[in-house]
Design a binder for this molecule. Structure first.
Ligand code: WTA
Length: 658
């Protein structure tokens, strides 16, 4: 009792006892084949991170000049707190993703297996990708773009998007990829904040058979982007476009006569590699800055550890390069590891709802990485779409972006993994550069809904409101105690915000902004963002736990729980529910309340349940809780809605109330 009353600890209501150890067969071939091996490695790194990373850094990256100091880190509180890794060394991310494999005799290996939405395909070897990247890098140079210049990229998921990223990295230009669904306004904000000198785009993109006019959106954005002098346009769809001579260039014309010889620029380890904008809890998006050596090494190592990658694997990450998952696990991590990667341009339900399973079947994908929001959609669409295809090539399944509800986890395990594939539920953030906590598939038994244990080099500490470390099963703020190579190096143009958001609340430790608990077995459970915690009658409840209870009901496809002010309880639980097939009814509403009561307890029973056809989501698929909170409270939705997937969802939710 004394523990439960501890100041700032969050009560947990979720109990999950199912345990899924890797098969002996899987472990026997795995890079890290047992729990004891994982623990030995984790302890080795924790005991002397500098010695470990010095060795791995030297062995696994190519150095034009060796580094002289592995980590420079002024403990505990320099202002702002920035770690520097591999100081004094010179390397290049593009070199590590391309030239290194060619030098090692693997140039003929396929790098990209691309599938366009309309069904066109391309196979690109490492040698060919290297040529494309060199030509494009020379094209950038021909426009006068130099080391340190910022370049925005606003493109569909075509090979040229990866080529553009690596082309920038090759000459030391800093890319800022903007997801192809953002508005002109959002593009202009990002161009201006970064001071971008150029933008790379396409005439248009395919989306569910329709044409999205990217160039037209960029034209709009460039009216408000005074720093952007050049616009490079790939002809993907053959759409007619407006042309501004002297500013606009066709990709193909610019690269046609460019030389395919472009040696990679030796870059300082800490030279900026890219900026990626992500939303904070309030205000304008933050430009998260990652640098060259540490990020490249972290994305490569974590890719190899978590997916147990080996030669012969065919890997597919369904994320768009507009998000960090696409940076670290479509482009840099897998290519630095010399992997063969599927790249898919379009939507999961085009031309039909089995497109993903068709692609896995066609390319014999072995490692598959997707998001819970997609998994919940697949469940809603029904098993028939899955049953049409042979998924027996799969050996590891990944999940990222939000917590995966245990029932969705079980479906993924049974239906997609054939009860054979370990599921790696990977917790990390734009800021962390790569995966931080995840099962190592040959070593760590999984529990549905838990991201299990920290990777080697990651030292999580869960801290309560008064700054003390929480005990087993006590929820608190998740922090990371020691720098790791892939960590962010700042917020572009805003050192104060960087210090304030990540380093001020718990001095000396990186504040992730998530709540978490660690159970008695040392397994971590993410409980949602710090501001997603509800306080109902003095009990702090995690939204994810309530949502998981709802999703475990057979009628429910997806659920979002938020708090709304309540006279007696402080906060009442309001939930938004999408149904699979059942029609909404008062009976069902009562049944769901009882269901949550049964699954969790009376304190978590929702006060209101609203049925809706879709939940409002950011373009990366995250439920927009801030907006739902406002709707639940009967207020107008406020705040930055530029990432709303569909405004009509909001309108229909409001109407529902009237
Ligand atoms: C959430 C995406 C639970 C979390 C890579 C984090 C997760 C935020 C998980 C970062 C997971 C991501 N389990 N929650 N496996 N993965 N999150 O920056 O709240 O887009 O802080 O990076 O997503 O989102 P971001």
């Amino acid at each position: 009792m004394a523990d439960a009353a501890r100041l700032g600890a969050i009560d947990t209501v979720m109990h999950e006892d199912r345990l899924f150890p890797p098969s002996a067969e899987f472990s026997a071939k795995a890079r890290i084949p047992s729990l004891a091996d994982y623990e030995a490695l984790w302890n080795e790194v924790a005991a002397d991170p500098v010695a470990f990373w010095e060795k791995v850094g030297r062995e696994e990256l190519h150095w034009f000049e060796p580094f002289t100091e592995t980590l420079r880190w002024d403990e505990p509180q320099s202002q702002p707190q920035v770690a520097e890794w591999f100081v004094g060394g010179k390397t290049n991310a593009s070199y590590n993703c391309l030239d290194k494999h060619i030098a090692e005799g693997n140039g003929d290996r396929i790098a990209l297996l691309w599938e366009g939405e309309p069904g066109d395909t391309r196979r690109i070897s490492y040698v060919q990708l290297h040529k494309h990247v060199c030509k494009f890098a020379n094209a950038l140079k021909s426009l006068g773009i130099q080391k340190g210049d910022r370049v925005s990229i606003y493109m569909p998921m075509v090979p040229e998007l990866v080529i553009a990223m690596l082309g920038c990295a090759r000459i030391g230009a800093v890319h800022s990829v903007i997801f192809g669904g953002f508005s002109a306004e959002a593009i202009a904000d990002r161009n201006n904040d970064a001071g971008a000198v150029a933008i790379i785009t396409a005439d248009a993109a395919w989306r569910r058979g329709k044409v999205l006019p990217l160039k037209q959106t960029v034209d709009e954005a460039l009216k408000k982007s005074p720093t952007v002098k050049h616009c490079i346009v790939l002809d993907r769809v053959n759409e007619a476009v407006h042309w501004t001579p002297g500013r606009d260039y066709w990709w193909r014309e610019l690269t046609r006569n460019a030389s395919d010889d472009c040696p990679a620029e030796p870059m300082d380890s800490e030279a900026p590699l890219f900026i990626l904008y992500t939303s904070g809890s309030t205000g304008k998006p933050k430009g998260i800055l990652h640098t060259t050596a540490g990020y490249t090494l972290w994305s490569k190592k974590t890719f190899e550890w978590v997916f147990d990658h080996r030669e012969g694997d065919v890997y597919w990450c369904t994320a768009d390069c507009g998000w960090i998952t696409g940076h670290s696990y479509v482009t840099y991590g897998p290519l630095a590891a010399g992997a063969t990667c599927v790249l898919y341009e379009g939507a999961p339900d085009y031309p039909d709802k089995d497109r993903f399973w068709e692609i896995i079947d066609k390319y014999n994908v072995t490692l598959f990485y997707t998001a819970p929001t997609a998994i919940r959609a697949f469940i809603k669409w029904g098993d028939d779409y899955v049953d049409k295809h042979d998924l027996s090539s799969l050996r590891v399944l990944g999940s990222v972006g939000e917590g995966i509800n245990p029932e969705a986890w079980m479906w993924y395990h049974r239906k997609i993994g054939g009860e054979r594939c370990p599921i790696v539920d990977t917790w990390w953030q734009t800021e962390t550069g790569g995966i931080m906590m995840s099962p190592l598939p040959g070593a760590i038994a999984t529990k549905p809904g838990s991201c299990t244990k920290p990777l080697p080099g990651v030292i999580p500490k869960i801290i309560d409101e008064v700054g003390d470390e929480c005990g087993p099963d006590q929820g608190g703020m998740l922090t990371i105690a020691h720098p790791w190579p892939g960590m962010l190096r700042g917020i572009w143009n805003d050192p104060e915000r960087y210090q304030e958001v990540y380093w001020s609340k718990v001095p000396g430790k990186y504040l992730a902004g998530d709540n978490a608990r660690c159970d008695k077995d040392g397994y971590y459970w993410i409980m949602g963002r710090i501001d997603d915690v509800l306080n109902v009658s003095g009990h702090r409840l995690s939204t994810i736990e309530i949502e998981s209870a709802l999703v475990s009901h057979p009628a429910v496809a997806e659920a979002a729980a938020v708090g709304r002010p309540h006279e007696l309880k402080g906060e009442a639980v309001a939930v938004f529910v999408t149904l699979k097939n059942a029609p909404p009814s008062d009976e069902l509403r009562d049944e769901l309340k009882k269901h949550v009561r049964k699954e969790i307890g009376a304190l978590a029973q929702p006060d209101d349940i609203r049925f809706t056809n879709t939940l409002p989501k950011t373009r990366s698929g995250k439920i927009m809780r801030r907006l739902l909170r406002d709707i639940a409270a009967g207020k107008e939705a406020v705040g930055d809605t530029s990432t709303l997937e569909d405004y009509s969802v909001l309108a229909s939710l409001r109407q529902d109330e009237e």
